[in-house]
Design a protein around this ligand. Structure first.
Ligand code: FE2
Ligand code: FE2
Length: 292
């Protein structure tokens, strides 16, 4: 296996490459039914796919139990920055990679398309707000964090890595995989201990959940916290750590996922028109500024 020590820590051209790869793995069933498949989304050339593979090699090598605990210490103090949410979106939009002709939809557009699709289906307003906020944790990239510590499918650390995780063979490089404290079915956990007791691989989900946990109802918090937990919400690989409460709340996580994956459309939402609605929505649930 190739060494990752000196390699590029950010193999993805931009963060959307991970999400585009998700679409290849979990194509839109409706689009398939209508014969549209996923071709209207970005089509991968072989070299582009390799960047995703390289990305997962790094992610699976370095996301250890100790690494996660360190990042929790570092970022869950929220002492980096304080700003109104609208400044955070501007900040987030700096992530756009201008060299990529396909990325004319910036991060804000993805958030708005997700939230607008949720709103169009008549879901509660706090779920619309989740659509708007769910990827805000990607600001971690702007604090200098490498891509593999911001995006990618998430999974529990501190216990055996499931072979249902994408590119699970790369865990061979992860020291925890060879550590008897962490490589058994339950590792540091107990059967059905509940996900609230489980440390997930570090990334934008946990970060945004912790940031907003006092402001939104519990189903919204589950959607934020576990939206990248494909190994469970798509693959059911971690039921042995979940309790009945998790199962109840995962209905919401599963409800949210298609809006995240399949709401991309070539027509960008009109922010000028939508602004009053979203300003009011944010005001209803969130304080004037948030701590990052
Ligand atoms: Fe996300
Ligand atoms: Fe997203």
């Amino acid at each position: 296996m190739k060494t990752t020590q000196q390699g590029n820590q950010n193999p993805l051209e931009n963060l959307d490459e991970w999400e585009d790869d998700l679409l290849q793995r979990y194509p839109d069933p409706e689009a398939i039914a209508k014969g549209k498949a996923t071709e209207k989304y970005r089509d991968y050339e072989t070299p582009a796919r390799d960047t995703v593979k390289e990305f997962y090699l790094l992610n699976h090598t370095y996301q250890t139990y100790d690494f996660v605990r360190e990042k929790e210490q570092e970022f869950l103090k929220f002492d980096k920055k304080e700003m109104p949410i609208w400044d955070a979106f501007d900040f987030l939009n700096q992530l756009v990679d201008d060299s990529d002709p396909d990325t004319d939809l910036d991060q804000m557009q993805h958030l708005l398309q997700t939230s607008e699709a949720i709103r169009a289906d008549g879901h509660p307003d706090w779920m619309v707000l989740v659509g708007l906020l769910h990827d805000m944790g990607k600001v971690l990239c702007l604090f200098g964090e490498p891509q593999w510590a911001v995006v990618g499918d998430t999974f529990p650390v501190g216990c055996a890595f499931s072979d249902k995780i994408v590119y699970s063979e790369f865990f061979e490089n992860n020291p925890d995989h060879h550590d008897s404290r962490y490589n058994t079915r339950y590792g540091v956990y107990t059967p059905n201990c509940g996900l609230r007791n489980v440390h997930m691989s570090w990334g934008h989900d946990e970060y945004v959940y912790q940031m907003l946990k006092d402001h939104l109802p519990e189903p919204a918090l589950y959607m934020l916290r576990y939206h990248s937990f494909y190994p469970q919400h798509r693959e059911n690989a971690y039921e042995h750590l979940m309790d009945s409460h998790d199962h109840e709340l995962f209905k919401w996580v599963k409800l949210f996922n298609p809006y995240d994956l399949y709401s991309k459309s070539p027509v960008p939402p009109n922010w000028q028109e939508l602004q009053p609605y979203y300003k009011a929505l944010v005001k209803k649930y969130l304080p004037d500024t948030l701590k990052f």
